[in-house]
Design a protein around this ligand. Structure first.
Ligand code: XMP
Length: 512
């Protein structure tokens, strides 16, 4: 296992991705990891991430001094290299020659990190992002690669197995970076490289059995990838001790509830309570137009209904949740100050506290695409695991203004046509998320010889890697024209279609 100490770089998570791709399990912890973590995790090697601070200033982060005495390999990346040099007696300076973006390094000497990847005399492309650089090495180190802005672009102490690189091997723009990291974890740290989804599945099933014993587990199933994978995995571990509750708020997409219920109840044989609470949700939402209020109402009702169903099945000892690794990593921030709430996404927050149950969170160590891989490993169909994200409040936040059942029905039809066209065009997997929005605006049109006065439908499609930033998808005009014609012809209540060309930022993905 590898431990990654995070100094706050934007790309720390990519280090973890590359290490896991090499078949080695790893975790990210804040740079000032306690002795407890170091003792209990027992890493075979440590990676120090990059970060925004400067080691030339006092009071900037340092790695725990202990790690250099554990007798295990250490790789410092960017800031990680600089703090390692500083802590081991070398020196770092701030220079006029900064490097941001693509750069080239000249390989001067071989070392274990480069073995089989780079050789002496090579000129290699890397990605740099630094203002400071190392200008004096600690004892025992030698320079193994140089660049114009970083005379110590890569340094090595093969005897102690300490390595430092000024560039970022974890990003795609360093073409051989993944191989260097693989070298580090497999050859230098001598990890076995046999961490796979198949082994993760077996380990987790055992862990769930150990944790739950003969207890009962309840799981809120939304039909999304995370909760579906949680349900199938836990069911595989403990069978009928698991009950899933699907709360149908009446704001799901066309056919979705039937699909979810038949897949989990009939195909997987999972105990599934399907509660149609659409009257309740739509009743409480009547007349509400404020987006945050909509979310709060839905969040609260969800918990109420879920609790009621939990009581109906005679209670449970554990609550299963699809918490993912990015929600768990404590973010290291040097900017300080509370961040502004743009949207209160966590619509089921508060459930565990209120229900006083222990949590079962088998996906806590996984990234989103690893969850998808685990889903495939568990036999979930690819169409299902590669589905676009769908927000908890569902269509409620895609109907700006007042929500009515009639509007939800209109939107469901338009959305289904749009997604069908995207699938037909073979674009579904290229797009991160695509959906229709029903605007609270009516416009005049003419159909046949008659005047119409109906709703405007907006279409949205974005590409993204994590939902944090997004670009609008540049559909060809004939695709947009064809889809608009179909929606207007086939959906009564819509007479105009527009396409949203806003990226995020400044827009958000959803309209509310
Ligand atoms: P935004 O609109 O903030 O969306 O750019 C980023 C991602 O989050 C999803 N989203 C939500 N998910 N409850 C959820 O579970 C919410 O209230 C919510 N609002 C937005 C959105 O679909 C996108 O994937």
């Amino acid at each position: 296992k590898i431990l990654i100490l995070d100094f706050g770089s934007q790309v720390t998570q990519l280090i973890a991705r590359r290490v896991r791709e090499a078949g080695v399990y790893c975790e990210i912890v804040p740079f000032n990891a306690s002795d407890d973590i170091l003792d209990s995790f027992k890493p075979a090697g440590i990676i120090l991430s990059g970060g925004p601070a400067s080691v030339t200033h006092a009071d900037t982060p340092r790695a725990p001094a202990r790690i250099f005495g554990l007798g295990i390999p250490v790789l410092g990346i960017c800031y990680g290299q600089q703090t390692m040099v500083d802590q081991l007696g070398g020196n770092v300076t701030t220079s006029d020659h900064q490097e941001f973006g693509r750069a080239f390094v000249d390989v001067r000497e071989n070392c274990a990190l480069f073995d089989g990847v780079w050789k002496t005399g090579d000129r290699e492309q890397v990605w740099m992002s630094h203002g400071d650089h190392v200008d004096r090495l600690p004892e025992g180190f030698s320079v193994v690669a140089t660049s114009e802005g970083a005379p110590f672009a890569a340094i090595a102490n093969d005897e102690k197995k300490f390595y430092g690189v000024q560039f970022h091997p974890e990003v795609m723009h360093t073409p051989h970076g993944a191989e260097l990291l693989k070298n580090f974890v497999l050859n230098i740290c001598t990890c076995s490289g046999d961490w796979t989804m198949a082994s993760f599945r077996e380990t987790k099933i055992q862990e769930i059995r150990d944790q739950v014993g003969s207890g009962k587990v309840i799981c809120g199933l939304s039909g999304g990838v995370d909760s579906s994978v949680v349900a199938v995995l836990i069911h595989e571990a403990i069978g009928d001790q698991l009950t899933c509750v699907y709360v149908d708020h009446g704001l799901m997409r066309a056919g979705e509830s039937d699909q979810v219920v038949s897949l989990f109840r009939e195909h997987y044989n999972i105990n599934l309570v399907h509660r149609d609470a659409s009257d309740l949700f739509l009743g409480e939402l009547a007349g509400v137009t404020d987006p945050e209020k909509k979310r709060k109402i839905i969040g609260k009702l969800f918990i109420d209904v879920f609790e009621e169903e939990a009581r109906n099945i005679g209670g449970a000892d554990f609550l299963a949740q699809g918490t993912l690794y990015p929600d768990v990593i404590e973010s290291v921030s040097f900017i300080g100050g509370p961040s502004v709430t743009i949207k209160s996404h966590h619509n089921v927050g508060g459930l565990p506290e209120r229900m006083n149950m222990s949590l079962v969170e088998p996906l806590r160590e996984l990234f989103k695409d690893e969850v998808r891989e685990l889903g495939r490993e568990l036999g979930l169909h690819n169409d299902f695991v590669s589905r676009h994200p769908f927000p908890g409040p569902g269509l409620a936040i895609r109907i700006p203004g007042e929500i009515t059942r009639e509007k939800a029905d209109i939107l469901r039809k338009a959305d289904a046509i749009y997604l069908e066209e995207i699938r037909n065009a073979g674009l579904y997997d290229t797009i991160w998320q695509a959906f229709a929005v029903l605007l609270p605006v009516k416009t005049v049109g003419v159909m046949g010889d008659a005047r119409t006065y109906d709703h405007v439908c907006a279409l949205r499609a974005v590409t993204s890697t994590d939902g944090m930033t997004a670009d609008y998808y540049p559909f060809p005009h004939d695709f947009l024209g064809r889809t608009a014609t179909r929606i207007i012809n086939e959906v009564r209540g819509i007479n105009r279609v527009v396409y949203d060309v806003t990226s995020k930022p400044p827009g958000t993905i959803e309209w509310e």
